[in-house]
Design a protein around this ligand. Structure first.
Ligand code: ATP
Ligand code: MG
Length: 394
């Protein structure tokens, strides 16, 4: 029965003069998420986004696609009546309730909005008169203005809109309204969740994965591509750099104390990712780090990793417990992929007893052992990086 959706937004409604930028971005993101499904018309309409569906559209599929767009507070499937005449409106609402609710033993309330003060009935009058009309038509329904089971909303604009279902959106802001960041994406549970969280604030995304063949397999790489594709359903298309890190890792392994390997490796990952981030016009980097989760994520280790970065590093999971991260990973459908048991380039070269309180001076001293070849190795890693664009919506 629904051929259209009204999309309501919350936070972006507050943005003053920039509001239209946010509205345009939200309209575009909704359009992009729907275009693979068919010919939908998405437009801005008086503080809402309005979606008109093609004739043979699939309701569930459409709702699922809109639900993944950040910046939405709720999605309301709506019946549109091409008239604002009272007779047409009452008939429309009567038919709506008859069709939507075959069993009408519920309490309800009519809520009304009129776009123009010229309309002959005020909003409270529309509510009262429509409520009375419905009670006449369906005596089994009961009014409860405080805590109704069903809220029937009637909006009178240039046309009339009737809805009673509100599907919650994800909130956040439309991707593309808050700059771009470089996600360090591994095959683990955390980094896809970190990317999702920052994208939710309107940030678009590029990603870098450090690959160490033959120590890490093609399957491990494919897993990261799959994860990028999964989060791109929310973030929009992602340019994923796959950097061959093997030579650098072996060189570090050869030249540096083994208990410092992980930290030194993490520092080189950040340095390389930052070059790619600058190239991509990113304003920050994102990692899935969380205080104390592993030896390389103690406060001292984070300080040592951070010390090589010039760009801000965003760590949205910093205070999250693992279970909280897993809950989000399950919700965004990355968990099952993340737990596939393929090798990770960090785990292959780990020391038995990594330092948990690295001393930056000592780390820097160890890194001096790499002076001879590290710059050309970084150059080589950058110039041979593979780049693929993933988009889970296409
Ligand atoms: P994750 O679950 O995201 O892999 P983790 O708990 O395994 O995280 P680490 O291996 O210490 O933690 O990595 C910390 C962060 O560093 C990751 O969240 C990710 O952002 C980044 N990172 C680690 N390994 C890689 C890699 N091979 N390629 C790109 N980024 C990586
Ligand atoms: Mg990991």
């Amino acid at each position: 029965m629904f051929k259209a959706f009204l999309i309501k937004y919350a936070e972006i409604g507050l943005k003053g003069k920039n509001r239209y930028l946010f509205e345009n971005a939200l309209r575009d993101r909704v359009q992009e998420s729907l275009s693979p499904l068919g010919e939908y018309t998405v437009s801005k309409e008086q503080g809402r986004i309005f979606v008109e569906c093609p004739d043979n559209y699939d309701y569930e599929e459409t709702v699922e696609a809109i639900k993944k767009v950040f910046g939405i507070s709720s999605i309301c499937p709506v019946v549109v009546i091409d008239s604002i005449e009272w007779e047409d409106l009452t008939q429309g609402v009567g038919n709506y309730v008859g069709e939507m609710y075959p069993d009408r033993n519920f309490t309800f309330k009519v809520e009304a909005k009129r776009a123009s003060k010229e309309y002959p009935r005020t909003s409270p009058m529309i509510c009262a008169d429509m409520g009375a009309y419905l009670l006449g038509l369906y005596p089994e329904m009961k009014v409860d203005v405080h805590n109704p089971e069903v809220r029937i909303t009637v909006e009178v604009r240039t046309k009339s809109y009737i809805y009673s279902i509100t599907i919650p959106g994800l909130g956040g802001m439309p991707v593309g309204t808050n700059g771009k960041a470089m996600l360090l994406l591994s095959g683990g549970i955390d980094s896809p969740v970190a990317g999702y969280m920052i994208a939710k604030r309107g940030v678009s995304m590029a990603a870098t994965y450090f690959h160490a063949p033959p120590y890490t397999s093609e399957r491990a790489k494919q897993k990261v591509v799959d994860l990028a594709e999964k989060i791109s359903k929310y973030t929009g298309s992602i340019k994923l750099y796959i950097v061959n890190f093997t030579d650098i890792q072996l060189y570090i392994y050869d030249k540096c104390p083994h208990q410092e390997l992980t930290i030194i490796m993490r520092r080189y990952m950040m340095r390389i990712a930052e070059v790619l981030a600058e190239k991509e016009g990113c304003l920050g980097m994102i990692t899935g780090e969380s205080i104390g989760q592993v030896a390389s994520q103690t406060m001292q280790s984070l300080a040592a990793t951070n010390e090589v970065c010039n760009m801000p590093v965003y760590r949205p999971l910093i205070a999250f417990d693992k279970q909280d991260i897993v809950d989000i990973a399950e919700k965004i459908d990355t968990y099952e992929t993340s737990i596939l048991p393929y090798e990770d380039c960090c785990t292959i070269f780990v020391a038995k007893h990594p330092v948990t309180k690295p001393n930056i001076k000592s780390i820097k001293r160890s890194e001096r052992n790499l002076e001879e070849k590290i710059d050309e190795m970084i150059e080589a890693a950058l110039s041979t990086a593979e780049c693929i664009v993933v988009n889970g919506n296409k």
